[in-house]
Design a protein around this ligand. Structure first.
Ligand code: SPV
Ligand code: MG
Length: 433
C-alpha cells in the first residue's frame, strides 16, 4: 500500500519555498495537507488575508497534493490519530521556539503507531520575509483593518480586547501569544481607553485629553499593529462635534467607538456615585446616536452605546429601557457597565437583553467582576470582553518599585534584576526598513 504523508500549513501566500518542500514530501508518498482554520491562524500568527476556503483551493491545485483536510488546532494530535500518516513533513525551524511543544507532541503521537517525522531545512529567504511583511502591512491599512472586528464577530462567539495606549502597549496587544494544551491564544482587538490614555499623559480621566491627542494615540498604535481598534469616545462631547470625530475615526480605520450616556463633566465610571456624575436623558442620547450613525460612511463600523444606569444605581429596568431605545436610535452594539465585584447584575442584564435581541453585539468591561471567564460570558450572550486597564495598572507599580530601589541605593545595580536586559530592549523592536 502507498505510504501517506501529512503536512500542515497556515500560510496564505504560497512561494517557492513551500512548493519545494511540498515536492519533497510528495516523493515520500500520497500527500495530505492540513490547512489551519481561520480562527487558529488568527490566534497565533496574524489574521489570514486569504480565508480558509481560498487557502484550501490553493493547496488542492498544487501538483503532488492528493487531499486537503482542515486542521482546527495548532496541535496535530487530532488529525494524526485520525489519518495515521506514515510520515509527517515539516521545515526544521520548529525545533526551537514557540512551536517546539507542538513538534514534541507530533513525535510522541508518531511513536504510538510507528510513524516518522521528516524535517527539511527551512528556507528563510529575505524575499519571503519581505512578502510576509507586505501581507502584515496590508492588514494594517484602514479599509482592511476597520472591518476586521465585524469579521471576527462572525467567526467566533466571543472577541476579546486589551487596552493599548501607545506603540509599545499596542505591540504587546498585537504579539502576545500563549500556547496551552495544543491551542493558541492571542488578543483579538485593542481598546483605546480614555482612562489609560489620560493616565499615560498624567491627566485625570475627565475628557481633558483632547480629541487631537487621542487621535495621535490611535495613529501611534496603528503605525505598529494590525489588530482592530475599539475607541473609548467618553460621552462623545457635543453632538455637533461627535459627528465629525466619529467620521475621522472611521476614516482612520478604527472599527468601533463606544460612547457613554453621561453628560457634563464626565468622571470615570468606577467612581460610581462617589462623585457627581450625570446621566444623559434617553431622548438627548438617542439624538446623539442617531446623528453619529448618520455621519458614518461604511457599514463595517460599530457605534456602541454604553449604558451607565447600573454604575449610577438607576436600576435594571432603566438599563434595559435605554438599551432598546439606543438600538432603535441607531446603536449597532451595547455596552453594559457595572462596578460591582459580583457579576449578577451584568448576567441579569444580558439575560433580559438577549430575550428580546439576539443579534446586537453585547460588550462588557470586567474590571471589577473579573472572576468570570470568557467562556461564561459567551454562554450568557456577551460578544466582546474588554480588559480595559490591566497593562497600565501593572506597568505603574513596576516602574514605581524600580524608581524607589534606585533612590534607596543611590545606584541602579539593585534595580537591574527588575529590568529587561539591555540586549533585549535593544532588539525588542526590530528595524524593518
Ligand atoms: C476606560 O477604560 O477608560 C473605560 C472603562 O471607560 S472604565 O474605566 O471602567 O470606565
Ligand atoms: Mg473611559
Amino acid at each position: 500500500m502507498a505510504k501517506t504523508v501529512y503536512m500542515c500549513f497556515s500560510t496564505d501566500l504560497i512561494h517557492g519555498g513551500h512548493i519545494s518542500i511540498i515536492q519533497k514530501a510528495a516523493q515520500l508518498g500520497e500527500l495530505i495537507i492540513g490547512v489551519l482554520t481561520d480562527e487558529v491562524v488568527a490566534s497565533y500568527r496574524r489574521f489570514p488575508v486569504l480565508k480558509y476556503d481560498e487557502r484550501v483551493k490553493l493547496f488542492e491545485n498544487i501538483k503532488g497534493v492528493s487531499k486537503v483536510v482542515p486542521q482546527d488546532t495548532l496541535s496535530y494530535a487530532k488529525n494524526l490519530r485520525w489519518l495515521k500518516p506514515d510520515y509527517v513533513v515539516h521545515g526544521d525551524d520548529w525545533k526551537t521556539g514557540f512551536q517546539k511543544p507542538i513538534r514534541d507532541e507530533v513525535i510522541e503521537i508518531l511513536k504510538e503507531y510507528g510513524g516518522k517525522l521528516v524535517e527539511f531545512p527551512y528556507s528563510q529567504k529575505e524575499e519571503y520575509e519581505r512578502l510576509e511583511s507586505m501581507q502584515r502591512h496590508q492588514l494594517s491599512m484602514p479599509d482592511i483593518r476597520r472591518g476586521r472586528l465585524k469579521e471576527l464577530l462572525s467567526m467566533k462567539p466571543l472577541v476579546n480586547a486589551i487596552e493599548a495606549h501607545n506603540g509599545i502597549t499596542g505591540l504587546i496587544a498585537e504579539n502576545t501569544t500563549v500556547l496551552q494544551d495544543g491551542k493558541t491564544y492571542q488578543f483579538d482587538a485593542m481598546w483605546v481607553s480614555s482612562l489609560c490614555d489620560s493616565i499615560a499623559r498624567g491627566k485625570p480621566d475627565i475628557e481633558l485629553v483632547d480629541m487631537s491627542s487621542r487621535l495621535r494615540t490611535v495613529d501611534e498604535i496603528m503605525d505598529v499593529t494590525t489588530k482592530p481598534i475599539i475607541f473609548d469616545a467618553d460621552t462623545g462631547g457635543l453632538t455637533e462635534h461627535f459627528v465629525y470625530n466619529i467620521r475621522t475615526l472611521e476614516r482612520m480605520g478604527v472599527s468601533a467607538v463606544i460612547v457613554e450616556d453621561k453628560t457634563g463633566l464626565k468622571r470615570n465610571s468606577l467612581f460610581g456615585n462617589e462623585v457627581a456624575q450625570t446621566q444623559d436623558s434617553i431622548e438627548n442620547f438617542c439624538a446623539k446616536l442617531a446623528a453619529g450613525k448618520a455621519a458614518l460612511k461604511t457599514n463595517d463600523f460599530f457605534l456602541i452605546a454604553r449604558i451607565e444606569s447600573l454604575i449610577l444605581e438607576k436600576g435594571m429596568d432603566d438599563a434595559l429601557k435605554r438599551a432598546f431605545a439606543y438600538t432603535n436610535a441607531g446603536a449597532t452594539g451595547i455596552m453594559i457597565h457595572s462596578r460591582k465585584k459580583d457579576p449578577s447584575e451584568i448576567f441579569e442584564f444580558c439575560k433580559n437583553f438577549r430575550e428580546k435581541d439576539t443579534a446586537t453585539p453585547l460588550v462588557v468591561v470586567p474590571t471589577t467582576f473579573n472572576s468570570v471567564s470568557e467562556e461564561e460570558f459567551a454562554r450568557r450572550g456577551v460578544n466582546i470582553v474588554i480588559y480595559a486597564n490591566q497593562l497600565t495598572r501593572s506597568g505603574i507599580p513596576a516602574m514605581q518599585k524600580v524608581a524607589e530601589t534606585i533612590l534607596k541605593n543611590r545606584r541602579a545595580k539593585e534595580a537591574d534584576e527588575m529590568c529587561m536586559p539591555i540586549k533585549e530592549i535593544l532588539t525588542l523592536i526590530p528595524e524593518d526598513y
